[in-house]
Design a binder for this molecule. Structure first.
Ligand SMILES: [Fe+2]
Length: 241
């Protein structure tokens, strides 16, 4: 993995002052604060922002999940965005416009996703980005786990945000068993990203982070059946693929 070792500017040049740096977590009020994730020992950086204007209205059209059969493709039928692609900071606007249903073209959600791709690529120092924009109606990854990735960006545009755990609340020896109670003895320690927040989660494959990947899970499904809308970015280290 070569992206995280690319030459990086000093943290101070990005305006991060760290007043809310809490152990392995950096909470910030600006995009620039997310650069704190590059610090050794920081495994989660969160830009606690409001959902950009207009996105909630766009997402309202998603509606509840229809009662479809097992072979149905409800996302496509309902015009729900469900996109997986490899893109670049320069190409992401056109790539998203081509991949999404026509009703989303030029809207605030695409504009924000383009901004986040460019921000993410700048933070990681990678030339290409793997992008997923998923409508998630079920429980997703309901068991606490650490991802085997380098650095992942998550932003929930609609619905509840990702749950995460402070390091000192986790029994890492219990990860992978499918037993949340064994991982976490005190459910009051669960922390939650807000809708619209931008989270950078350092995974097991980030250099020097083995055994320290940020532990997290998907939130429970909305009982109304309304899908979450989740943007997930990873670095793509082989742009020739
Ligand atoms: Fe995950």
């Amino acid at each position: 993995m070569h992206c995280p070792t690319a030459p990086l500017a000093p943290l101070s040049s990005h305006g991060f002052t760290g007043p809310e740096d809490r152990g392995h977590v950096a909470l910030c009020g600006t995009a620039a604060g997310l650069f704190a994730i590059r610090r050794p020992g920081v495994t989660l950086a969160v830009w606690r922002r409001r959902l950009p204007a207009g996105i909630a209205g766009e997402c309202a059209r998603l509606g509840p999940v229809p009662d479809a059969g097992p072979d149905a493709a409800p996302e496509a039928a309902a015009g729900r965005p469900s996109v997986r692609l490899v893109t670049t900071p320069d190409g992401v606007a056109a790539d998203l416009a081509a991949a999404l249903p026509s009703g989303w073209a030029g809207g605030p959600l695409i504009r924000d996703a383009v901004r986040l791709v460019r921000l993410y690529a700048d933070i990681v120092g990678c030339p290409a980005v793997q992008l997923r924009l998923d409508s998630v109606a079920g429980n997703g990854c309901r068991f606490f786990h650490a991802d085997h990735v380098g650095l992942r960006l998550l932003c929930t545009y609609r619905g509840a945000g990702t749950h995460w755990l402070p390091d000192d609340a986790v029994a890492r020896s219990a990860l992978g068993r499918g037993d949340n109670d064994a991982v976490l003895s005190d459910p009051r320690r669960i922390r939650k990203l807000g809708t619209g927040h931008v989270g950078l989660l350092k995974g097991e494959d980030w250099p020097g982070n083995r055994g320290r990947g940020l532990v997290h899970r998907s939130p429970p499904a909305d009982p109304s059946g309304a899908p979450r809308l989740l943007l997930c970015l990873d670095h793509h280290d082989h742009p020739e693929d």
